[in-house]
Design a protein around this ligand. Structure first.
Ligand SMILES: *[C@@H]1O[C@H](CO)[C@@H](O)[C@H](O)[C@H]1NC(C)=O
Ligand SMILES: *[C@@H]1O[C@H](CO)[C@@H](O)[C@H](O)[C@H]1NC(C)=O
Ligand SMILES: *[C@@H]1O[C@H](CO)[C@@H](O)[C@H](O)[C@H]1NC(C)=O
Ligand SMILES: *[C@@H]1O[C@H](CO)[C@@H](O)[C@H](O)[C@H]1NC(C)=O
Ligand SMILES: *[C@@H]1O[C@H](CO)[C@@H](O)[C@H](O)[C@H]1NC(C)=O
Ligand SMILES: *[C@@H]1O[C@H](CO)[C@@H](O)[C@H](O)[C@H]1NC(C)=O
Ligand SMILES: *[C@@H]1O[C@H](CO)[C@@H](O)[C@H](O)[C@H]1NC(C)=O
Ligand SMILES: *[C@@H]1O[C@H](CO)[C@@H](O)[C@H](O)[C@H]1NC(C)=O
Length: 912
């Protein structure tokens, strides 16, 4: 109510320009969203806020209140989702106490009838949440021991609407005020809850009666309502002991009570907090009353005596309270109180260290990212890309920007625990991180880093280091060979990794350490490659061969070739293994004693299972344990690594040969590193006596083959867009196997039944690294006994027995043809011409003759999308492997076909 008198007052004079007649030194009164300067009925000069805020839009709120029409300018912030919207006010005296008062008013200015809610911060402190639904307007007032310039910021809440403000006032307060009973008043600010001019009921009092423009509300609505106003005998009051300098007018009224009754002020407060209360007493009666003051039932002071002609104040803090009842008791003569102020105490978070702040500012400026970075990085809410613990910056995420190098400035971020610089175009040496002693997680993946520098020797707290997909060469620094560091290194073609101990928790086992053997290949079929063989194969001949090769290698080294594949512990593998090892008993329990078979493959039978933690899994049990003996699990994985020669790098292939049981552990270790959203992930394994069991995530949507050709009820009609999505997903998985994973893997058995779907129809490739072909190696070249699935088999691989990624491309091309034509790769229906899908479909598709497209797709595809897919499918099944696109190219073209189809569907939807 009192507030409305003031609003009315200033609006009546709105638009008049006149000069203030009273001293308003240090006053700053902003009419937010206002366009003109004016002076209100309290003689206060107002100015537009435009010079103090750089965002927001202005408008006028029109409304009727108490029969009067109002037109109040407001500023609202539609862009506030971007972050804090701040007023920045320069203060003349950078170390003093100020009163800051902000008024937020909605009054349906936008006609939407949705009052916003948002939070308000002052400096580093978040002070309050403004909720204009519960009160409109909403006024906040603070007493703030300012250090530096003042910034008042509004932060929108999710779904809270646009923050809006209508006025902002700053008033200097007298030196030393509000300090009694407040300790040092350090790192605290006061939020006004009540300021009552006791005993006075005729409106509120403010400037010029109060030189500091505090607003003293009339005493009403507080029970009991016995008021004694208008003390006419204005005694000369001695105010010298009151630093707060309340206006004399306020002290000239009091609420008084006779000795029979207690006098209680009951102030409702809505939040649990610490409160600071000031009670003002003035000896305006010719008697000196004394009384006890009781707050929330506790006697704060007893026999408090108010002397004639003197003014005094009682200050006290009340901690962690929900209520504020102030009672005066044990009264002699008449008790009285002249004014009351109640404040909530708000802690001001400490500022971050200035070293950190300036380092972050330099990084922000040099990278050009979000220059909204102002004030403190941690408070009231952390800057973008930053995480804090208290006032300490502990994490920084600059991923996916163009940083290029780790500048020396990073060395100043001493408290960082997490630093994410993945995909930031970093090149060259890892540097300038040596001082980050607290660093626990460092992500440098997907960059062009080539060498390690010496930083890792001092990073004592490091726990997780991600170096994936860089160009790192040589060996990992010794300091990273510790058990406490988990190092991820896949995708570094030239980073040597070697194995020494690969812990196997199973029973007996005299585990052989895999030998690392390097030998050059003769140049064949244009591949300038060198092969490394991991593994151990029984047989004297082979052993002799190995020795010969080792000697060969040794000589080469002597001749000056640097071969940097020294054995080291692969901690990451070991950690993984330990976490994922399952006992046969656990497997048996999980599969309910191998009850439900959900598939059969080259590897063996697949059972449905449920792990103890509830994960549903597909359990693959190795087929026929006797055939090859428990110690000779057959597998092959093609791993690309490099060793550096003096002139550049030559890709080297690592072949895991059919060998001892360590192959299985090694296989599992290697496969466990292969993680991608479009690859079925390995969740665990069991390796006990004669058991070799792999546990995979279970995909409930079945295989692509089931969905294309199956007759079961689960089958879903696959539209063209769905087929493209599945193709894109599978291509992503395969591209990752070829180019992203370490070991690099040639799948070698790509087919529709190895593409699985989840319930959202996301596709994942399975059974990579498991194909059952047997490799035979000799000193000069690698041949394989060709086995595969009829209809998918690369004819070039078949004839030359040379294995490349292009074989997968061929098989995937067949999958694409199936998606387009809706038929299996081999069929014995129709004429002999149409038995083989590739031979039959390719000429049609190359000619753009889409009559062969699956009937169920007709009318539902955009021709250009089909043309793209058909073209990439036809080229993928070229006989000559060199004519086929790479998996990355296939992926790119499928993505295009997919997006063309998507926009076609969208436009069709639009027309309907
Ligand atoms: C600024 O404030 C400080 C502390 O409140 C006071 O000592 C000083 O005199 C003030 N300076 C000016 C120029 O007002
Ligand atoms: C605002 O206040 C209204 C009514 O008091 C309440 O229903 C609403 O939940 C509040 N909104 C927020 C964000 O606190
Ligand atoms: C206060 O603001 C002024 C003007 O914007 C600026 O020059 C000054 O450096 C600021 N002072 C502090 C302590 O931030
Ligand atoms: C209340 O204040 C108004 C002016 O603000 C004045 O005209 C009126 O006489 C006052 N009433 C009393 C009871 O003091
Ligand atoms: C404060 O006053 C209210 C109303 O008179 C009462 O309900 C409440 O219990 C009181 N609280 C305390 C702590 O005295
Ligand atoms: C209260 O204080 C007055 C003045 O200081 C004194 O005369 C009186 O005896 C005191 N009463 C009690 C009960 O302590
Ligand atoms: C104040 O009042 C309480 C309760 O009425 C009584 O117990 C206490 O003795 C009184 N104290 C004084 C100093 O009169
Ligand atoms: C890597 O960062 C660039 C911007 O520097 C971005 O365009 C690209 O999408 C990012 N790559 C990934 C895989 O996130």
């Amino acid at each position: 109510m009192e507030f409305w008198c003031f609003v009315l007052g200033f609006l009546l004079i709105y638009g008049f320009n006149s000069v203030a007649f009273a001293d308003q030194e240090g006053f700053l009164s902003l009419s937010c969203g206002g366009m003109v300067s004016f002076v209100d009925s309290s003689s206060i000069s107002w100015v537009p806020d435009g010079t103090y805020v750089s965002t927001g839009e202005t408008t006028i709120a029109n409304f009727v209140e108490g029969g009067y029409p109002f037109n109040v300018p407001v500023r609202f912030f539609p862009d506030s989702q971007e972050g804090r919207m701040c007023y920045r006010l320069p203060l003349k005296n950078l170390s003093s106490l100020v009163l800051v008062r902000a008024k937020f008013l909605y009054k349906n200015y936008d006609g939407l009838g949705k009052p916003p809610a948002f939070s308000v911060s002052l400096g580093t402190a978040t002070t309050t949440t403004v909720n204009l639904t519960s009160s409109d307007p909403w006024i906040e007032e603070f007493i703030w021991p300012v250090k530096g310039n003042l910034s008042l910021c509004l932060q929108s809440s999710p779904d809270g609407g646009f923050p809006v403000i209508s006025s902002l006032e700053v008033r200097p307060l007298p030196d030393g005020a509000y300090k009694s009973g407040m300790g040092d008043f350090v790192n605290k600010l006061l939020r006004k809850r009540y300021r009552v001019n006791s005993g006075y009921s005729n409106g509120s009092i403010r400037y010029p009666l109060d030189l500091y423009d505090r607003i003293w509300d009339a005493d009403q609505n507080f029970s009991p309502a016995h008021l004694s106003t208008g003390f006419s005998n204005q005694l000369p009051l001695d105010l010298s002991s009151l630093k707060e300098s309340p206006p004399v007018g306020v002290l000239q009224s009091a609420r008084v009570l006779t000795r029979e009754n207690a006098l209680t002020y009951n102030f409702p407060i809505d939040s649990l907090g610490d409160y600071y209360t000031v009670l003002y007493f003035a000896g305006i009666l010719p008697v000196s009353p004394s009384f006890d003051v009781i707050v929330n039932g506790d006697v704060v002071t007893s026999n408090y005596t108010v002397k004639s002609s003197e003014a005094s104040a009682l200050f006290f803090q009340q901690r962690g309270t929900w209520t504020m009842n102030i009672t005066f008791r044990n009264i002699s003569f008449v008790s009285q109180v002249n004014a009351i102020e109640v404040f909530e105490i708000v802690e001001i978070p400490l500022e971050s260290s200035s070293t950190t702040v300036s380092a972050l500012q330099v990084i922000g400026q040099s990278t050009g990212i979000d220059l909204g970075w102002q004030d403190d990085p941690c408070s009231p809410i952390p800057w973008n890309h930053i995480g804090c613990e208290g006032n300490v910056v502990t994490s920084l995420d600059l991923s996916n920007i163009n940083l290029r190098s780790i500048s020396p400035t990073f060395a100043d971020l001493l408290d960082l625990k997490t630093l994410d610089l993945h995909n930031t175009s970093l090149a060259g040496q890892i540097q300038n991180l040596g001082s980050l002693q607290k660093l626990e997680k460092l992500n440098l993946s997907s960059n062009q880093l080539t060498s390690f520098g010496s930083d890792f020797e001092t990073l004592a707290s490091l726990q997780i280091l991600n170096l994936e997909n860089n160009k790192l060469r040589g060996t990992l620094p010794q300091s990273l060979n510790s058990e406490s560091v988990e190092v991820r290194t896949s995708g570094n073609l030239c980073l040597s990794f070697s194995l020494s101990t690969c812990n196997d928790r199973s029973d007996n086992s005299s585990l052989e350490t895999p030998q690392v053997t390097i030998f050059t290949t003769r140049k064949h079929s244009g591949h300038n490659r060198t092969a490394i063989i991991f593994g151990s194969i029984g047989g004297v001949i082979f052993a002799l061969l190995l020795i010969a090769l080792l000697m060969f290698m040794y000589r080469r080294r002597r001749k000056g070739t640097e071969i940097t594949s020294t054995p080291r512990t692969v901690t990451e593998m070991r950690n993984w293994n330990a976490a994922k090892v399952l006992s046969y008993k656990e497997i048996k329990a999980a599969t309910n004693n191998f009850k439900e078979v959900i598939g059969r493959g080259g590897f063996g039978s697949v059972y449905l299972g449920k792990l103890r933690d509830g994960r549903v899994v597909a359990v693959k049990v190795r087929f026929d344990q006797t055939q090859l003996g428990a110690d000779s699990f057959v597998n092959e994985v093609v791993v690309s690594i490099c060793y550096s020669k003096k002139k550049g790098n030559i890709p080297v292939e690592v072949l895991l040969l059919p060998g001892s049981r360590i192959s299985f552990v090694l296989l599992v270790s290697l496969l466990s590193q292969v993680r991608h959203q479009n690859l079925v992930s390995l969740e665990g394994f069991c390796h006990e006596s004669k058991q070799q069991i792999l546990v995979y995530e279970y995909l409930p949507g079945g295989s692509l083959a089931d969905n294309l050709y199956g007759s079961n009820s689960k089958k879903i009609t696959l539209s063209w867009v769905r087929r493209l999505k599945i193709a894109v997903d599978a291509a992503k998985g395969l591209d990752y196997l070829h180019n992203g994973s370490n070991p690099r893997i040639i799948h070698r058995d790509v087919k529709c039944s190895n593409i699985l779907l989840d319930l959202e129809m996301n596709a994942k490739v399975c059974d990579f690294g498991l194909s059952k072909q047997i490799f035979q190696a000799d000193a000069t070249h690698v041949t394989t006994v060709v086995k595969g699935t009829a209809g998918y088999l690369d004819p070039e691989y078949y004839s030359t027995k040379q294995l490349t990624e292009k074989s997968d491309v061929y098989s995937f091309g067949v999958v694409l043809l199936e998606l387009i034509c809706g038929r299996e790769p081999m069929s014995h229906a129709g004429t002999p011409d149409s038995y083989n899908l590739v031979l039959w479909a390719k000429p049609y598709l190359q000619a753009g003759a889409f009559e062969i497209v699956d009937e169920s797709l007709r009318g539902g595809f955009e021709v250009e999308s089909m043309r793209k897919a058909a073209s990439v499918a036809s080229r993928s099944v070229e006989r000559d492997a060199s004519q086929r696109p790479t998996m990355a190219e296939v992926l790119a073209e499928l993505k295009e076909a997919y997006s063309i189809q998507i926009s076609y569907l969208a436009s069709r939807e639009h027309l309907n």
